[in-house]
Design a protein around this ligand. Structure first.
Ligand code: TMP
Length: 207
């Protein structure tokens, strides 16, 4: 299913506003005749929710390879239970995080070899790549501050600022390599302005 126009992902560091923007985009598209689902990784299925809890529990001291494979276990289930079937029915799928998060977090930030992630993508989600990815880009300290207001503190939020800066730079690197697919959106603005920008980019890409 290469280049399926209805598969859209949101990416970015913690606190960048991905879930808000996924929701706003779905609300824009539905009255315009599209069937849309919003979903999330890790999670998106019952099994995915249980894997998510394991991944984010601050008390779990996890080997990086265990972490990587749990993300792919969640993704395998999510793709087969939710994403592939929805795309086959021409439903627009908006996912809050997908494989670029693995490249940024487990690859660029944790230091796992990017070729392992590429190989897992081939095995777990063959031919499944977002048509368009919105990279909500934000200063790392601002993102973490926003999340603390929301009282979020999971295993990743407890990582160092350095770790989160590597994640941010990793995302920007992915965008530099695939500028047609991965659009950088300045997420420091208010939610309305960010949403308008996203809609404009999507409308231009779908034309
Ligand atoms: P969320 O809080 O944005 O829902 O994401 C949960 C955490 O999981 C977030 O810190 C990013 C991290 N993550 C990875 O490290 N690798 C991945 O492949 C995905 C999907 C998320």
């Amino acid at each position: 299913m290469p280049g399926v126009k209805g598969f859209i992902s949101f990416e970015g560091i913690e606190g960048a506003g991905k879930s808000t923007q996924s929701k706003l985009l779905a609300e824009y598209l539905r009255p315009r005749g599209h069937t849309v689902i919003t979903t999330v990784e890790p999670g998106g299925t019952g099994i995915g929710q249980q894997i998510r809890a394991l991944l984010l529990e601050p008390g779990n001291h996890m080997d990086p390879l265990t972490e990587l494979l749990l993300y792919y276990a969640s993704r395998a289930q999510h793709a087969r239970e939710v994403i592939y079937p929805a795309l086959l029915k021409n439903t627009v799928v908006i996912t809050d995080r997908f494989t670029d998060s693995t490249t940024a977090y487990q690859g660029y930030a944790r230091g796992l070899d990017l070729s392992i992630i590429d190989a897992l993508n081939e095995i777990v989600v063959p031919d499944l790549k977002p048509f368009l990815t919105f990279l909500l880009d934000l200063d790392v300290e601002e993102g973490l501050r926003r999340n603390r207001h929301a009282r979020k503190e999971d295993r990743f939020e407890l990582e160092t600022i350095d770790f989160h800066n590597r994640v941010r730079q990793g995302f920007l690197q992915i965008s530099a390599e695939e500028p047609e697919r991965v659009k950088v959106i300045d997420a420091s603005r208010n939610a309305d302005e960010v949403s308008k920008h996203i809609i404009k980019v999507l409308e231009e890409s779908w034309r």
